[in-house]
Design a protein around this ligand. Structure first.
Ligand code: CMC
Length: 387
């Protein structure tokens, strides 16, 4: 029937009007609230960026200080949540625990179901941005049978997360400034990306007036998929599979072979056809990190060789296949000793301010229309009942 436009994957449908993020794929441009991503990633911190997304303006020094304090103060989770973590089997995937944990937050703050004022939105936003790293670190520690580490009020947002991941009760944790900066930049670069699949999931739930924690939990579910948040994990798995520098040529040849479904993970992008501005920033950080930490692994050598070949090869150049954000973020997270099954969780920590800002933008509209697409029905016509 010709009643509806068929738009598989919504590639040509705008689902909303938004003032948050601007992407120009041809020019390799990404802006949050009008600020270029490279400015935010190099001159500002993740918390500045989160504040900007939520409040539409960058914070002053005083505003940033009080936001930091707010984050630290709210980073603890209800002790009752520990029973929830206890109930999961060993090696449960941290994304599953995180999504359950965020959903469970709604049981502790249920009176906030019908939040409808800017103050209540902000309280919800602060609470969830502050608690997600704690739930994330607890997920990791529980799934590995490690004792949990509580947040340290003296530490900054990103440092605190790394500390909760790495600390052992008996061991002093050494966190270098460059490691904290690298992770903070990864968070900033993931903070929003307009109407991607997980943000769309969050907005869809928002349109039904579901609890905001249920909406964020749905976003986490969407991000778990390998076509979305799982790509940087695939990059490292592929590099490990290739294994040694002498095997690189064989896999480059396979990537170029039209009869072989093999693709180089971490290359190409649906929107960015000249370069991914986020990848450019991370490439620099990856180089600095590797130099400063003195990492000289076979994995890094394999990655470097692939990168060099691809950047100079006619096949990749003619198809605009450049290393994307996941190519470098996978390598950086590996250098930060973050286990692969936590990569998508890191993405969640970064993306949370974006999801919440989009949820608030939706709520602040004069009229909220429930997200309810139509379909083209292809099933049988009216059938004669048999009995
Ligand atoms: N390795 C080898 N060939 C490739 C690759 C690759 N990674 N990516 C695309 N091509 C080829 C493809 O075979 C096609 O060749 P031809 O024109 O001769 O048929 C041409 O390049 C265009 O590819 P496409 O699949 O039509 O491009 P797309 O825009 O639909 O896909 C992509 C974009 C990211 C899905 C794809 O490049 C890909 O599969 N990359 C590897 C996976 C990956 O790194 N994903 C993470 C993307 S970034 C996610 C984010 O922004 O968060």
């Amino acid at each position: 029937t010709g009643m509806f436009t068929f738009d598989r994957g919504y590639t040509s449908t705008a689902s909303c009007r938004s003032k948050i993020t601007y992407i120009d794929g041809d020019k390799g441009k990404l802006m949050y609230r009008g600020y270029d991503i490279s400015y935010l990633a190099t001159k500002k911190t993740f918390l500045d960026t989160a504040y900007l997304l939520l409040n539409k303006e960058l914070p002053t020094k005083e505003e940033l200080d009080s936001f930091k304090e707010e984050m630290a103060k709210r980073s603890f989770i209800h002790e009752g949540m520990k029973k929830l973590f206890d109930s999961f089997v060993d090696q449960a995937h941290p994304m599953a625990i995180l999504s359950a944990g965020v959903s469970a937050l709604s049981t502790f703050y249920f009176d906030h179901l019908d939040i409808d004022s800017p103050e209540e939105y902000m309280e919800m936003a602060n609470r969830i941005i502050a608690k997600i790293p704690t739930i994330a670190a607890f997920s990791y520690r529980y799934s590995n049978g490690l004792p949990i580490i509580y947040p340290d009020l003296q530490k900054g947002f990103t440092e605190n997360f790394l500390y909760m991941m790495r600390a052992y009760p008996h061991k002093h944790v050494d966190l270098t400034a460059i490691e904290i900066k690298a992770l903070d930049t990864i968070f900033t670069l993931h903070a929003d990306h307009e109407q991607n699949a997980s943000t769309t999931a969050v907005r869809n739930l928002g349109s039904t007036h579901a609890h905001p924690y249920a909406a964020i939990s749905a976003g986490i579910g969407a991000l778990w998929g390998r076509a979305h948040g799982g790509a940087n994990e695939s990059v490292i798995r592929q590099l490990e599979m290739i294994g040694t520098v002498d095997r690189v040529d064989e896999f480059i040849a396979r990537a170029k072979d039209k009869d072989d479904p093999f693709r180089l993970m971490g290359f190409g992008h649906r929107v960015y056809k000249n370069f991914d501005p986020r990848a450019k920033i991370l490439k620099k950080i990856r180089d600095e990190l590797i130099e400063e930490l003195g990492i000289d692994s076979e994995l890094v050598a394999v990655a470097n060789k692939i990168e060099n070949i691809a950047l100079n090869d006619e096949y990749f150049i003619s198809r605009n296949l450049y290393p994307n954000i996941d190519f470098y973020s996978g390598l950086i997270l590996q250098a930060l000793k973050i286990p692969k099954d936590m990569f998508a969780v890191i993405f969640v920590i970064g993306r949370t301010p974006g999801w919440i800002s989009q949820w608030i933008e939706l709520k602040e509209q004069e009229t909220i229309k429930i997200a309810r697409p139509r379909q083209l029905y292809l099933g049988p016509d009216d059938r004669t009942p048999i009995h």
